[in-house]
Design a protein around this ligand. Structure first.
Ligand SMILES: [Zn+2]
Length: 327
């Protein structure tokens, strides 16, 4: 039987999402599993990946031997040539040969890349970035991730470390502390953690916000809680978003001036939940900080694949690798 199915995975700190695509690139089935419940050691997360893949095979009613390739987006620094997870902040892998582990289990090719890079690649090939050649992507979630498509190719930079757009400095003096050790990074203002910090600081000053109850012990909240707070007119939440959009505008303007892309895409959970609300507030800021000579040729929009940017990006990784092989 022909090997005609691709298995695409999105490996996150808390969940693994998986999908099966047939030979016509049609999504035939999908599954979702929590990854942290089993404990956070390397072998357990690898076990979750294997479990999700097996579940997908069962659900799609296909055999191991029918797998063409498996592919995944993983958070962290990923050596996509060798298939090695060099470093990942929220999962325990260090220089881990994930490719060898998965290929041994399924006897199929395994490809992987950084999750946000893969997400931007997905939007480029199948989503909001279709038809564009130079794309800057910002993904807003717990942190702020970035990805770059330059001249139609994913740009990974020296040692696969490019695209850390969340750590562009947007406040030069007295900036908020960032998880990377620096101060004033975009991520400290425009991520969920950054917005939560603003809300908590204002409440500390004596103001009220309904969002306080939705911010967990890690300083993170669900996107729909923020949406509900804004809809109820929670002033502090509205200000947190305005600040997030202001700094995103600065970072976007700088990226536009540096690269003259033809498209900027904002993705991630927050954008999926309330993308239009954010975009209305980001656009005027981008207009302020992008050079007037460059700004008109850039389309600035939200991602269109939602939770599936990474899954489609993983599919694109397989296609790219196969194309490379044929050359
Ligand atoms: Zn930083």
């Amino acid at each position: 039987m022909a090997k005609k199915y691709n298995i695409c995975l999105d490996i996150g700190g808390t969940k693994v999402l998986g999908a099966v695509f047939n030979s016509k690139d049609k999504l035939v089935c999908k599954v979702k599993r929590r990854s942290t419940e089993q404990g956070n050691d390397t072998k357990n997360i690898e076990a979750v990946i294997i479990e999700v893949t097996r579940l997908l095979l069962k659900k799609a009613n296909i055999k191991k031997s029918q797998i063409n390739a498996i592919s995944a987006g993983v958070p962290g620094i990923i050596d996509s040539d060798k298939g090695i997870v060099v470093f990942t902040p929220n999962l325990p892998w260090r220089n881990y040969d994930l490719r060898a582990a998965i290929e041994k289990e399924f006897h199929a090719k395994f490809y992987l890349g950084n999750d946000v890079n893969v997400g931007v690649l997905g939007e480029y090939k199948y989503g909001a970035g279709k038809g564009h050649k130079n794309i800057v992507g910002f993904f807003l979630g717990t942190g702020v991730g970035g990805g770059l498509i330059l001249n139609g190719k994913l740009y990974e930079g020296n040692e696969f470390k490019a695209g850390e757009l969340g750590h562009l400095c947007v406040v030069s003096e007295g900036g908020r502390e960032c998880g990377c050790g620096n101060h004033g990074c975009l991520e400290s203002y425009s991520s969920k953690k950054g917005m939560a910090k603003y809300i908590l600081a204002e409440v500390e000053k004596g103001r009220e916000s309904s969002m306080v109850a939705s911010i967990d012990e890690n300083g993170v909240f669900k996107s729909k809680a923020l949406k509900a707070a804004v809809e109820a007119g929670d002033q502090v939440s509205i200000e947190a978003i305005e600040q997030a959009c202001h700094y995103l505008g600065i970072a976007t303007g700088s990226m536009i001036n540096a690269l003259s892309p033809d498209c900027v895409i904002y993705g991630g959970g927050v954008m999926e939940a309330m993308g239009d609300y954010f975009l209305e507030r980001i656009l005027p800021e981008v207009d302020k900080y992008a050079m007037p000579a460059i700004r008109p040729s850039v389309e600035v929009k939200k991602a269109s694949l939602g939770d599936y940017s990474n899954i489609y990006g993983s599919l694109a990784l397989i296609k790219m690798a196969e194309k490379k092989k044929r050359k």
